[in-house]
Design a protein around this ligand. Structure first.
Ligand code: NAD
Length: 252
């Protein structure tokens, strides 16, 4: 444990699993008190327990990021419990189904866009209101490399992540003078339950991963390190940045 975030409060959505869990643990290791948010209760409580068992402070709050009332309540409870909100990692998302654009079912389109894009915006809306009252903060959205380049079979996911990229840049400009730094991470192929589910779908070629310049899949901790850095004082002049964490994938 270090103390660079001593006295600070971090909120991580989608923290029951994968990248969000790694990020919650990384914030705690730097001394922050962490609000673990997710729709999955067992996984969320487990992440909070992992933090407390390493000597940190954490609170699990069940919240569906696609529902405005639940997001507003999440921020309200965070501030009631810890008094402030310094860092927010808006990370929760679903991958949706795999189907080409012309065959994509409307329900799946709506669910993916509503969770990944609208949900990220709802989180930002209530986080920014709190950060404005405090005089600053840092927000990191989880976008994706497929918010920057296309991926066949994932039209809704790509569209949502492209939306998160632009939302990050628009909001970053709006609140820069207010002391709120807003950036995004764009992970490539990271070993999490989401990637496992995608690789289990017919037509998805695991062999494509072998073409990554670095020659291996990334770990959730490698993304969490970028998130923590973007929230740190070392990134004080970094605003509206899309930090690609992808083993060289989009550099090709
Ligand atoms: P994951 O499935 O392991 O974790 C996602 C978490 O989000 C889960 O705990 C899930 O319960 C939660 N969640 C889903 N819908 C929610 C909702 N409506 N409200 C609250 N919580 C909700 O996946 P992951 O790979 O850790 O993904 C984390 C983020 O990283 C996502 O934004 C994903 O799109 C992004 N990403 C992942 C990869 C990868 O290769 N794993 C690559 C690029 C981007």
């Amino acid at each position: 444990m270090t103390s660079q975030f001593h006295g600070k409060v971090a909120l991580v959505t989608g923290a029951a699993s994968g990248i969000g869990r790694a990020s919650a643990l990384a914030f705690a290791r730097e001394g922050a008190r962490v609000v673990v948010a997710d729709i999955q209760v067992a996984g969320g409580e487990e992440t909070a327990q992992m933090i407390t068992s390493m000597g940190g402070e954490a609170l699990f709050i069940k919240a569906d990021i696609s529902k405005a009332a639940e997001v507003e309540e999440l921020i309200r409870q965070t501030v009631t419990h810890y008094g402030r909100l310094d860092f927010a990692h808006n990370n929760a998302a679903v991958e949706g189904i795999i189907a080409p654009t012309a065959d994509y079912p409307e329900d799946d389109w709506d669910r993916t866009i509503t969770t990944n894009l609208k949900g990220t915006w709802l989180c930002m809306k209530y986080e920014i209101r709190q950060m404005l009252q405090q005089g600053g903060g840092a927000i990191v959205n989880t976008a994706s490399v497929v918010g920057l380049v296309g991926a066949p079979g994932l039209p809704a996911y790509c569209a949502a992540k492209g939306g998160v990229v632009q939302l990050t840049k628009a909001a970053a400009i709006e609140y820069a003078k207010a002391g709120i730094r807003i950036n995004a991470v764009c992970p490539g192929s990271i070993y999490t339950p989401m990637l496992e589910r995608l690789l289990a779908q017919p037509g998805v070629e695991a062999s494509a991963l072998a073409t990554l310049p670095i020659g291996r899949i990334g770990t959730p901790e490698e993304v969490a390190g970028a998130v923590v850095w973007l929230c740190s004082a070392a990134a004080s002049y970094v605003i509206g940045h899309l930090m690609v964490v992808d083993g060289g994938l989009v550099a090709q």
